[in-house]
Structure formats: structure tokens, C-alpha cells
Design a binder for this molecule. Structure first.
Ligand SMILES: C[S@@+](CC[C@H](N)C(=O)[O-])C[C@H]1O[C@@H](n2cnc3c(N)ncnc32)[C@H](O)[C@@H]1O
Length: 255
């Protein structure tokens, strides 16, 4: 059997898209929304607007969409909300309010390394990924294994900590699509593998170039996503098609 699950990617607003989903059907919500950067994000293969009248407007936009998505999550589901220094403090309070603080699991730091520095402050080199569980007593979690860094454990694997050292995509990276703010597949494979059971449904409602959906498909999870930007959806569909094309051919029928 071909193990790459069928994906669904729609050109739609997060709010409209989640209304079409069945209640209690999603195993993992990963959302990487616009970061409230105050400017358009553009790349060689697309652009999206990220200028908001105020942080309160951004937060209201996010609150409405998260609230509409919660009924779609299974009791064993988790939420990964990917933000940065601009809004992580607001986003954590928002999730505390929507779910209650005891549903907080982790504040992950994605430490990505690349980029410039500043003479005026410590260089900002990480994003924040907030992990919450619908039910803190029974959410799915399988600790990812990463290479140990200590000399004592050289060459061995250890359980990942809440600091994820994964380089951002450089200009030569073969997975680079040209879509702005594309995340590395290594990051999404680590998150999806840890937080969604095999065969489970992964929802990315701001899917951009489709990195989460590709990670889900490669790991035999069911990918579903949307984006308001048709360019993003076209890139995501092409990437998913490539995963399907690379999958082993179905076994011949038994005689
Ligand atoms: C940070 S990017 C996602 C990047 C993606 N994780 C990747 O690896 O390519 C945010 C995305 O949210 C999309 N977006 C903005 N408003 C949206 C909305 N209301 N519903 C769905 N997607 C939206 C943008 O078009 C953009 O592609």
C-alpha cells in the first residue's frame, strides 16, 4: 500500500476553512500565522501582508480563529502556535485564557542561527513555539531523539529539550521554494513526529509553502491546510505532489 496519506490544501481563510471540518477530528493544530512584523513579507515566489493597525487587531484576529478551531480538536490533541518576540507574551496569555494555564506544556525555542546582528542589542535568533494540550493528562507525545552534544555522549542520541537548534533555510537549500518565511522541514518533522500519532490528522491553517503538510505526509500523518494566498497553495500542492511521486509504488495485488 502507498503509505503517503491523501492531503487536502485549500485556498481559504483559516476561519472559513475550519468551519468545514468535523468536530473532534484534528490530532495536531500547528499554526504559523503572520508575526505582526508591520510590513509585507515577500520572496521570489510570493508575498503576504503582515501590517496590522495594532497588536490588539492581530490578537483579535488570532483569538477568533483559535476559538473557532478548538471544537475541531480531539480530546487527545495538541496545539503548536509559532510566533516570535513581537507577540509570544500575548499569545501565551491568549492560550491561557482560551484553554487555561494548566494546559500549557512547553515554550519551545527554535534557535535558527542565521541572519544579521545588531550593535544595540543581543541578536534575535529564535522563534517561540507554544505547545498546549487539550487534555494535559492524555495528549500524544513521543520525545524526539536528537544528536547529543556532550563529549561523554558523543555519537549518541538524546531526548530533545525545549531548545531546538535547527538552522533556518539558507539560499542554497534544495527545499527552498522562494516563499517568504518558509520554515525548514527538519523543524516540522520533529514537531509533527513528536506531537501527532501515526495516521493522525495534522491541521495547518496558515500553511504558506506547505512545510507542515509535507512533514505530515512524509511521516504518514494526514495533512490538511489552507492559506489565503493562492501562490502559497500552489506551492504547497506541488510539494505534496512531489512527496506522493517519491513514495514507493503500491505493492502488486496478491494472486
Ligand atoms: C508565516 S507564513 C507561513 C509559512 C509556512 N509555515 C511555511 O513554512 O511556508 C503565514 C501565512 O499565513 C497566511 N495567512 C494570512 N492570513 C491568513 C488567513 N486569514 N487564513 C489563512 N492563511 C492566512 C499568509 O498568506 C502566509 O502564507
Amino acid at each position: 500500500m502507498n503509505r503517503v496519506p491523501k492531503a487536502s490544501v485549500e485556498s481559504a481563510d483559516w476561519l472559513e476553512f475550519v468551519r468545514t471540518l468535523d468536530d473532534a477530528s484534528v490530532d495536531l493544530l500547528y499554526a504559523d500565522p503572520p508575526f505582526n512584523s508591520g510590513r509585507a513579507q515577500s520572496g521570489a515566489a510570493g508575498a503576504y501582508d503582515d501590517a496590522w493597525p495594532s497588536t490588539a487587531d492581530w490578537l483579535g484576529w488570532l483569538r477568533e480563529r483559535l476559538a473557532a478551531t478548538l471544537p475541531k480538536l480531539k480530546p487527545t490533541a495538541s496545539i503548536l502556535l509559532h510566533v516570535d518576540w513581537r507577540t509570544s507574551h500575548h499569545a501565551r496569555l491568549l492560550l491561557d485564557e482560551l484553554l487555561s494555564p494548566d494546559h500549557f506544556v512547553n515554550h519551545l525555542i527554535w534557535s535558527y542561527g542565521l541572519g544579521g546582528s545588531s550593535p544595540r542589542r543581543f541578536a534575535r535568533k529564535h522563534d517561540d513555539i507554544l505547545l498546549y494540550a487539550i487534555d494535559p493528562d492524555r495528549y500524544h507525545f513521543e520525545a524526539p531523539m536528537v544528536p547529543a552534544t556532550s563529549r561523554r555522549m558523543e555519537g549518541q542520541l538524546k531526548k530533545a529539550t525545549d531548545i531546538l537548534d535547527i538552522p533556518s533555510l539558507n539560499n542554497m537549500a534544495s527545499e527552498r521554494t522562494g516563499y517568504p518565511t518558509q520554515k525548514p522541514l527538519a523543524l516540522l518533522e520533529l514537531l509533527v513526529g513528536a506531537c501527532c500519532p501515526e495516521g493522525g490528522l495534522v491541521l495547518d491553517p496558515c500553511c504558506g509553502s506547505g512545510t507542515t503538510l509535507v512533514a505530515a505526509a512524509r511521516l504518514a500523518r494526514r495533512p490538511q491546510g489552507c492559506d489565503t494566498n493562492p501562490d502559497a497553495v500552489a506551492i504547497a500542492r506541488d510539494r505534496l505532489e512531489a512527496v506522493h511521486a517519491a513514495a514507493p509504488a503500491p505493492a502488486p495485488p496478491l494472486r
